[in-house]
Design a protein around this ligand. Structure first.
Ligand code: NDP
Length: 324
């Protein structure tokens, strides 16, 4: 059959995204065919588009979507035709009206969540989960520093960290984002153009934070190390400003025997059991009182280029969803 999808034939700016009519085979053994109803946009999609994270060309884009199963291949037992499911993973082909995907990586959407919300939270919410529950396990009363606090991962992570009893210091670039981040769990705000380490020291009576969750990368890495207390943990998990430059381990010694980790989500949800148990925690978190899943903006799937422009220009807040 035929379907419509966004594809790229070369790496580059948002203009390389093209809306195409593509062939879609029947699902192979172990696969399900999904009709997408909502697709999650992630900053990582822009790293795939530019080639920062290289992929073989031509390729689709997108690592997260929700939808309904229309057919299944041989040997599929985890899901059935008609099920509402959500997934995150490769191959990156979520920017499409229909696709085939490994059925063992599909997660049933709880009745109380809409497809739009499921597509808005899976990749970003599981990231917030492993950051706070695995990379550095947040303890009650820990002060932590979180960049892009009004963004997709940030708005979920700040609310989750607050629920865990942390004191959350969020970094944002505009006053509107500051107001939003405050309403979503940040106890303190530092503006992105301030001296971040100095402001952190001021807010923590000179001690520094227990952990930094840094998704900005190159521009903030050293300021983040300078913001940690002795034995603190630096979790560097994104490249919004570019990849972190190589650094000498002695930089960690100088600042008090620091720890650094550079995690990726898929190492925390490798098996189906890990995936489902992480999703249970995530769905319980988003269903709890006072948690707001903020879908700051939606776009038609075929306008994905505009969504890429906006997220790269720091114009988006919360999650972004593309609608087929
Ligand atoms: P966001 O919605 O958070 O958008 C990115 C935000 O980064 C912007 O809104 C902006 O917030 C901030 N930012 C700071 N510097 C820049 C810059 N130079 N250019 C653009 N944005 C900048 O995106 P996502 O929620 O999709 O992802 C957040 C981060 O988490 C990304 O870096 C992503 O790569 C990373 N990530 C990592 C994963 C992993 O497993 N390692 C998994 C998922 C996401 P402000 O204007 O307030 O500074």
């Amino acid at each position: 059959m035929k379907t419509n999808a966004i594809r790229i034939h070369e790496f580059g700016g948002p203009e390389v995204l093209t809306w195409e009519d593509v062939d879609l085979a029947d699902p192979a053994e172990g696969e399900a065919q999904i009709r997408h109803t909502a697709i999650g946009l992630n900053l990582i999609d822009t790293y795939h588009r530019t080639g920062l994270y290289p992929m073989d060309l031509p390729t689709g884009l997108g690592s997260e979507a929700a939808g309904v199963i229309e057919t299944v291949g041989a040997g599929v037992t985890d899901v059935a035709v008609g099920d509402r499911v959500v997934y995150t993973g490769r191959p990156a082909d979520a920017y499409s009206e229909r696709r085939n995907f490994d059925a063992s990586r599909l997660v049933h959407i709880p009745d109380k969540l809409s497809d739009k919300v499921a597509a808005a939270i899976l990749l970003k919410g599981l990231t917030a989960w492993y950051l706070l529950r695995r990379s550095y396990r947040v303890q009650k009363d820990d002060p932590i520093l979180l960049y892009a606090a009004a963004g997709g991962v940030g708005s979920l992570a700040s609310q989750w960290a607050q629920q865990l009893g942390a004191t959350v210091i969020g970094v944002v670039s505009t006053n509107d984002k500051a107001e939003l981040a405050r309403s979503q769990g940040c106890d303190h705000i530092i503006m992105a153009d301030e001296d971040i380490a100095a402001s952190v020291k001021e807010l923590t009576a000179g001690r520094g934070v227990a952990a930094v969750y840094d998704s900005v990368g190159r521009d903030t890495f050293m300021a983040s190390l300078d913001s940690l207390r002795p034995h603190g943990t630096m979790v560097t998990f994104g490249n919004a400003s570019g990849p972190v430059e190589p650094f000498a381990p002695s930089e960690l010694a100088k600042r008090g025997s620091l720890y650094v980790t550079r995690p990726i989500l898929y190492d925390f949800i490798g098996s189906r059991e890990q995936l489902l148990s992480a999703c249970d925690e995530l769905f319980e978190f988003v269903s709890s009182a006072n948690v707001e899943v903020r879908i700051g903006q939606t776009y038609a799937l075929k306008d994905a280029a505009r969504a890429h422009q906006d997220i790269e220009a720091r114009k988006t807040t919360g999650s972004t969803v593309l609608l087929p």
